[in-house]
Design a protein around this ligand. Sequence first.
Ligand SMILES: Nc1ncnc2c1ncn2[C@@H]1O[C@H](COP(=O)(O)OP(=O)(O)OP(=O)(O)O)[C@@H](O)[C@H]1O
Ligand SMILES: [Mg+2]
Length: 189
Amino acid sequence: MQTEKPVHDPEGSAIMFGWFLLAIVVVVLFWLASSRLHLTPSELTEIAILGAIGLFVVVDVATYFRRRAARLAALWPPPPFRIAFGDEAKELGLAQDVDSVLVGHESDGQPFYWNNETRVQQTIASGMTGAGKTTLIESILQQDICRGVPIIFIDGKGEKKVLDRILPIVEAAGRMDGFRLIEIGRAHV
Ligand SMILES: Nc1ncnc2c1ncn2[C@@H]1O[C@H](COP(=O)(O)OP(=O)(O)OP(=O)(O)O)[C@@H](O)[C@H]1O
Ligand SMILES: [Mg+2]
């Protein structure tokens, strides 16, 4: 029969040692309070109760923050998170510096990049309607426009709002001279 090996838990041992030290400190403080400050037993009791409540609150709050990251990581589906504009601007700048595009963010908020070597292996974005395919492609397209790479974008749906969002970026990137819009069925446009 196999017996389970006792698991060494350094964190648990450190916490136990901390409580032990705290107990010694409390005993010394109480001894000082009664022998040197001459506090009465009722005053000592009051201080002990208030101290215990304060300690409980501090430990509880500290435990909440200590376990927060693990608790969030275990949640499924992951809760929505916010990326500050400034942080995203930095990530976009970094992507451009290393010839990559920022595709999105992992569930823990870490940026997810694609470099050119990965891009040439082809990609298909699939998902039910409203999943964010067009938004993803637009984001990549916008970054490619700013990077100055040649682009052919075929929009099967022909959504005008996509064009409305892309055109100002083409203009801001100073690439209007190279911009051509071909509408199937009205190829002369
Ligand atoms: N990453 C995202 N975070 C928040 N909202 C998003 C995200 N991606 C897309 N959306 C929003 O979801 C909605 C649908 O997005 P989008 O049009 O890109 O979906 P789609 O997959 O292309 O849909 P369809 O198949 O109908 O064309 C839009 O309002 C868009 O702003
Ligand atoms: Mg779409």
